[in-house]
Design a binder for this molecule. Structure first.
Ligand SMILES: [Fe+2]
Ligand SMILES: [Fe+2]
Length: 375
């Protein structure tokens, strides 16, 4: 097969997609983009590894009916060939883009590409190590999608003279170990919040096309439908074992809900020019995305965090301010800078604890898990 002419969007397996990406890496590499993608902080996307044998042992019999429908839908591959530039891809004037916007948008693309690829690497590894046909089939399908998503973002970056070297990341980026149940909570939420983020931007730009400053946003609807399906799969995996969503684990669920929401809030507020160009108020956007994600997560989680509690927004703002101060102090040296760093970290931790201890809202989880993307 000639990798030079084939596109990641047309790859039907993750192996094929990665081989195409590797051939592109060899032609074109960019150290800045790859270095940014290598960063490991609380706010940047990480790579994960887990106990693959435990995951492989899941028996999906209790959710068989819903499972088979979901897999059939993913097998039918409605988005094959979708994630590549076509006549809808407008010319992007990178040279004349306002510098603050350009910097933040590139940061957005690199971090999105890293997040997509993080999913790809984890899912592909599960598929490679497993023997359980249901599990390996699902993870092959999800890895296929994430490879296409990452490849497409790299297409957009290449126009700006950048590229994230995916092969290099696979080998060199640090992997964080998470027990399988933490992978379920974290990955389920990141897929569903990914759906909510993309569809909210897509609908906003449908109503205000004058704010669509880059063509990639036109692809967000099909994109978020992929993420929606991935989230459905994790909901069904959790459904096979009621212990995962009851008892002490509910405290873990609350922890992940709080962590995923507050990280998104802090990260988005680091990109004011990006949100201004989109015509989106980041506070409105956050609340909108939290509302949608909470509605969706009721399919499997017995609680949602109380995002309308008066302490919620106040502590998000405190946490965001503490993180901004921390970033500033990190650029300074000397004993005063050290004290400032300690102070800012302590304030961020206190704000997080305050968010975590806001009483949660309880829900009855429905008997049937599956949902459709309706936003
Ligand atoms: Fe994705
Ligand atoms: Fe996904």
């Amino acid at each position: 097969m000639n990798m030079q002419t084939k596109h990641t969007a047309d790859a039907t397996t993750v192996e094929e997609g990665l081989a195409i990406a590797e051939a592109q890496d060899a032609q074109y590499n960019d150290e800045m983009a790859t270095e940014t993608a290598m960063a490991n902080t609380l706010l940047t996307p990480r790579f994960y590894t887990t106990d693959f044998d435990e995951l492989d042992a899941i028996d999906v019999t209790p959710v068989r009916e819903e499972w088979d429908k979901l897999i059939a839908q993913m097998e039918s591959d409605p988005n094959k060939g979708h994630f590549k530039k076509n006549e809808d891809w407008d010319h992007v004037d990178w040279d004349n883009m306002e510098p603050a916007l350009k910097k933040e948008f590139i940061d957005f693309l690199i971090s999105s590409c890293t997040a997509e690829f993080s999913g790809c690497v984890l899912y592909k590894e599960m598929k490679r190590r497993g023997n359980n046909k249901d599990i390996t089939q699902l993870f092959q399908l999800m890895a296929r999608d994430e490879a296409r998503h990452a490849g497409f973002i790299n297409d957009a970056l290449r126009e700006a003279g950048l590229r994230v070297n995916l092969g290099f990341l696979t080998q060199k980026k640090k992997y964080t170990y998470f027990r399988p149940k933490f992978i379920y909570y974290a990955t389920y939420l990141s897929e569903k919040i990914g759906y909510a983020r993309y569809i909210t931007i897509f609908r906003h730009l449908e109503a205000h096309p004058e704010h669509r400053f880059h063509p990639i946003f036109k692809w967000f609807q099909e994109w978020c439908n992929d993420e929606f399906s991935h989230g459905e799969a994790f909901a069904l995996l959790m459904k096979t074992d009621p212990k995962l969503t009851s008892g002490r684990n509910v405290w873990w669920i609350k922890f992940f809900l709080t962590a995923v929401y507050s990280t998104m809030y802090v990260r988005d507020h680091q990109r004011p020019a990006f949100h201004e160009a989109l015509g989106v108020d980041p506070d409105w956007y956050a609340h909108e995305v939290f509302t949608k994600t909470s509605e969706l997560s009721k399919q499997i989680f017995p609680i949602t965090v109380d995002i309308d509690h008066p302490k919620w927004q106040a502590n998000l703002e405190k946490m965001q301010k503490a993180n901004a101060d921390l970033a500033l102090a990190k650029q300074q040296t000397g004993p005063m800078a050290f004290l400032k760093r300690m102070g800012a970290s302590a304030r961020a931790a206190t704000a997080f604890a305050s968010l975590y201890f806001i009483p949660a809202k309880q829900h009855k989880v429905p008997a049937v898990t599956r949902m459709e993307p309706v936003y």
